[in-house]
Design a protein around this ligand. Sequence first.
Ligand code: ASP
Length: 407
Amino acid sequence: MSTRGPGVRLLIAIAIGFVMGLALGFALMGAPDAIRTEAATWLKALGDIFVRLIRIVIPPLIFFTISAAVASVADLRRLGSILLFMFVLYLGTSVLAATWGIVAGAVFRPGEGVGLQPPAGYTPPKPPSAVDILLSFFQLDFSALLTVGGAMTMIIFAIILGIAVVLLGEEGRRVYSFLRLASSIMITVVRVIMYYAPVAIFGYAAWLIAVYGPAMLGAYGRFLVAQYSLSFLHFFLVYGIIAALGGLSPLAYFKIQSAPFLVAFATRSSAVTLPTNMEAARRMGVPEEVFQITLPIGATVNMDGTALYQALSALFVAQLFGIALTPAHIGIAVAAVLVGSVATAAIPGGGTIMLAFVLGTLGLPLEGVGIMMVVDPMSDALRTALNVSGDNACTVLLSRVLGFRRS
Ligand code: ASP
């Protein structure tokens, strides 16, 4: 596609919106409660408008970009190697992230010596079983594919449809042209909506600090310090190295990735950040046929930030309740976190809902989910930023290793 994105100017506008939002949020922290609450409600609404617009676009965007990209890789063996290498990279980085979460819990010990209570009126959820999770990847009805929760099934459907188009041979080329055009149109729709992003990011950043700033004190503060330290380490060290291995200087990667990073931080949704992440991949020189497959799938299944968070949360909850974990528990925790992070929906708070599965597998008190909800938005902001950044780092490396031309 030839149209260039709004690029640097939009990135600067988003960064300015973010900083102004943080400043207003800190100012509001000192305001009387009634004013702070009323202002926060309006500020959050500014962000919600953006998220709702993007969420409408997500199902057709995923469908058209993936099916068009799959159909464009006319060689099915090549498609197989993209999918295989993608899963190896996504899995490898998630194992590493889960390990960082364990290290953070063991080193910072954020939950030790505190007795936290779940929010009033909270009842622990029933954790889903592994079979429930597996079957949730295959929704029952086509209408379910149109929701963010049905994204995984939509991906599977789009891949199969793309393969069918390839198998149709000459005749399929006409359908391919249509899919390609529809995919460009959906991306352009997103670009138009993106002009509103700086206002949304401003609103969300201010709301986040005004409402959740005070939670930065005490045990939650220690938890956030542990999570943020290791998440930034993963971002700069692991993704820096992966980008370099992919032939992109780490500095260029960090610079271009800063736009999706901020959008993810403010919107707390990998799905909503998908279009911005695709634009960044394009600017990193990754060909469309690669990132249009790896990024929508990555947004849905590859969540390093969530893996780190869920592993750390398991230790945090165990520490709060004074439960000792054995090395065997730690192994189970890493395995459960891998399943949990794949199954997490790419929406705000998805990782804390799926935390029920991780805690349930380890036999830890499910009240932990309620405890984590108190601090969820602050934690979600950074884990989502890490989630989307990992998709792009892996995409850069994959594109080089499999010999796709960097434009
Ligand atoms: N909000 C995260 C995302 O969309 C998922 C999570 O809650 O951990 O990537």
